[in-house]
Design a protein around this ligand. Sequence first.
Ligand SMILES: [Zn+2]
Length: 69
Amino acid sequence: MPLLLIIVAAVFFVTAWIWYRSNTLTPNCTWREDRRRAGPDEAFFHCLVCGAEERLPKGKQPRHCRRQQ
Ligand SMILES: [Zn+2]
């Protein structure tokens, strides 16, 4: 039943997308990594939309817009 599998996969992705959107405070927040401003064991990100800045441990990425919190 390939059709059933496709339907199940579609429902799963739509649900995941809605869940992701509801957990993201500002969908328009766009984070960019700035390696020049990062320390040896951290990652530095700044938001192109609101100008927020965030330092995180290496390998992590910010998900929320800080200005909206
Ligand atoms: Zn932002």
